[in-house]
Ligand binder design. Structure first.
Ligand code: PLP
Length: 401
């Protein structure tokens, strides 16, 4: 009898994958999905439908029988459009033929960027609380994730001082994401300058996830790629999911020095082959006049951001005013519950979903992420229920003490 008979399917899974915990967001939403009539401040995607002319471009392509593969790097016309957009709106110039790769969302671009640069044991710095995929992607590449904590008192900015303190001889790269998911933190131009100075001084490369950059409310977003001598040490990642409400199209792009883009393309060609052609057609249309579509949705997020910020002030729940994206990160530590318990009890008792801060790193304890990519009416109802819930907690805490 073969000894293999004693193996369970789990025995075949790699140690790296077994060691990687499931996403805290998924765990929460598996429960939410079983509950009817929930108000959700949980999801990280726009509540807007993709603008009609963009959808129409995809439909027309389909009608014309445009259903094949594209070249690995993506349609030349799309790469040209990306190049023009970044030149005019981000002040950075990329050659469409050699320095731009069209990917399946920023998700794939992040994976490719990390895999293209990491040798086993290389340290990759990133900041927490952060988007859930950074740490696992580094681990899947056998790199060593090194988290820098961003703090509420710094408005969740990554500071040059904290970055420099985390650098060791093994550090290879830094991943940054501003405006940030989950905190809404953004960087001022001088913060970006200071970070760039440290990155150059220590001869590192930076992967900048710019997926929320159009949704910057109070300051001017400056990309680190646009600063002097930074283009050659930056992998710039962006996409269409958030500001253009195109999450389901799964389309994004990576830009950088041609050697790095070639390395990423090598992985992409053997794994993904190319991004879906209908999504590429839609993206070409999206980049014809993006500012018009973005402005309308951005104005709605801006209004909701202002509403939610003043509502939290009225409820005496400390919350820094998020500078971008569509997330707020209120501090709920005064209520004596862990983030997880707070979120689960609020869900059970008031039928409102928000995400425990710890889903984005251990330092998210004491916070919850609220997405305001939801209607103002739902947001107002959620605030009403939050008032009831937190007043109840305050009363029971007062009785207990
Ligand atoms: N980066 C950040 C910071 C995100 O919040 C998300 C999605 O929530 C992604 C990347 C993934 O984006 P895409 O839909 O382009 O794969």
């Amino acid at each position: 009898m073969s000894t293999d008979d004693s193996k369970s399917p789990r025995d075949f899974i790699s140690k790296t994958v077994i060691d990687c915990p499931p996403s805290g967001i998924r765990e929460f939403f598996d429960i939410v999905s079983t509950m009817p009539d929930i108000i959700s401040l949980g999801v990280g995607e726009p509540d807007f439908t993709t603008p009609w002319h963009i959808r129409e471009a995809s439909i027309q392509a389909l009608e014309h029988g445009i259903t094949g593969y594209t070249g690995n790097s993506g349609l030349p016309q799309l790469r040209k459009a990306v190049s023009g957009y970044l030149e005019s709106d981000y002040n950075v110039s990329y050659c469409p033929e050699e320095e731009i790769l069209i990917t399946v969302g920023v998700s794939e671009a992040l994976d490719l960027a990390v895999r293209a640069i990491v040798n086993p044991g290389d340290e990759i710095i990133y900041h927490e609380p952060c988007y859930v995929s950074y740490r696992p992607l580094i681990q899947f590449s056998h790199g060593v994730p090194v988290a820098i904590e961003t703090k509420e008192e710094d408005e969740f900015r990554m500071t040059a001082k904290d970055l420099e303190a985390a650098i060791t001889p093994k550090t290879k790269a830094v991943i940054m994401n501003f405006p940030n998911n989950p905190t809404g933190g953004s960087l001022r131009p001088q913060d970006v300058e200071e970070l760039a100075h440290v990155i150059k001084k220590h001869n590192l490369i930076v992967i900048t996830d710019e997926i929320y950059t159009e949704l910057t409310y109070d300051t001017m977003h400056v990309s680190i790629a646009a600063l002097e001598d930074m283009k050659d040490r930056t992998i710039f990642l962006h996409g269409f999911s958030k500001a253009l409400a195109m999450t389901g199209f799964r389309i994004g792009y990576a830009c950088g020095p041609k050697e790095l883009i070639h390395a990423m393309t090598k992985i992409h060609q053997y794994t993904m082959l190319c991004a879906p052609i209908l999504s590429q057609e839609a993206a070409i249309e999206a980049l014809k006049n993006p500012q018009e579509d973005i402005a309308e949705m951005k104005a709605a997020y801006h209004q909701r951001r202002n509403y939610f910020h003043s509502a939290m002030r009225d409820l005496d729940i400390p919350m820094f005013k998020p500078g971008g994206a569509f997330y707020a990160f209120p501090n709920i530590s005064q209520f004596g519950l862990s983030s997880r318990d707070f979120a689960f009890r609020f869900l059970e008792e008031q039928k409102v979903a928000l995400v425990p801060g710890t889903a984005f790193g251990a330092c998210g304890e004491g916070f919850v992420r609220c997405s305001y990519a939801t209607s103002l009416d739902d947001l107002k109802e959620a605030v009403k229920r939050l008032k009831e819930f937190t007043e109840g907690l305050k009363k029971s805490n007062a009785v207990a003490s």
